[in-house]
Design a protein around this ligand. Sequence first.
Ligand SMILES: [Zn+2]
Length: 370
Amino acid sequence: MIDEERVVLESVRYAAPPPMIKVKGSHREIGQQIGEAFAEQIQRSVQNARALLDQTYDTLELTWEGAEIQARKYIPFAQERYPQYVDELVGMAEGAGVGFEDLAVVNAMEAVTMDALHLTKCTSLAVNGDCTADGHVLVAHNEDWLPEDERGVYIVQAAPDDEPPWLAMTYGGLLPNIGFNACGIAQCCDSVYPNDSRIGIPRVIVSRAVLSARTLSDAMRSALVSKRAAGYNHLLVHETGELYSVEVSARRFAILYGEEGSIVHTNHYLDAKMQAIEDDSDELISTRLRYFRARRLLKRTELHSIKSLQQIQRDHLNYPNSICNHSMTHVDPLDREKTICALIMDLTARAMHVAWGNPCANQYHTYYLD
Ligand SMILES: [Zn+2]
């Protein structure tokens, strides 16, 4: 058994809630407003990405200039299909006073490191009104990522000129994509490991587009956009309680439905035809443990609430590679990860409850979509 008290005591605690900004206008303007408000966080994320490449040069043999050359190959695909989100990045770079190409690397980090970042990151789950005490539709996500980026977490509430308003969590210079919009659609993204990745539209841009979907089929169409570079699992939930996992790779996809009022996804493919193209399946162990653990914990409670989902997010089974992830002790910088933020979206109340850092050590703060 682990010493729960010690784990909590040793975790970083935040006295304040994650900062939030309200932005509106064109995509360029939205990017600029985010860039100006969070210049420090964005600059630091670029420095962190540079430091990571420096520390891992022996393994990846990738310099920052090399990473920029790689990232530059992806931009024309993004520009052709989603010029508005390239504009957001341009605005963010302007506002934060960093180079566009720096942000291009940050947003294509998984691709330019050829997925050598061995992060198995993220646990997502959702329950609908069949499984909640008050009938609300709840979506929970633990974001597991590099510990040094944790300080850069922030919340964005956006009203773009040509999109439904949305509320999302992000960090550093990443385009927001984990959140929900005024059409009642929520998205969580979980990394998966397909072996058919190619140069194309970066995953972060694809998932940014999903955040603007007006219907579930729009959201799925966006996740499956042609010329995509790779894929995430997109856990998609509609406020009516429809629950989906859309597993994506560069060339394949599978659509899974949440039976009996709940759904869970972590970082391995669940569909057989996706499993056939999974890279290094035998290394993806802890993601399987988190998946089954979350399912068991969901079943253990008949009617869920925000509190019961928070309990699942704080779970330490298989510590430190637990749902509440504390896996920071590795020597290899590519293997270090932790839960940098846990959030629960209440689609019925249009609210997002966010714990900054590990949810075992930090309280949740609530944000509403106006
Ligand atoms: Zn914890």
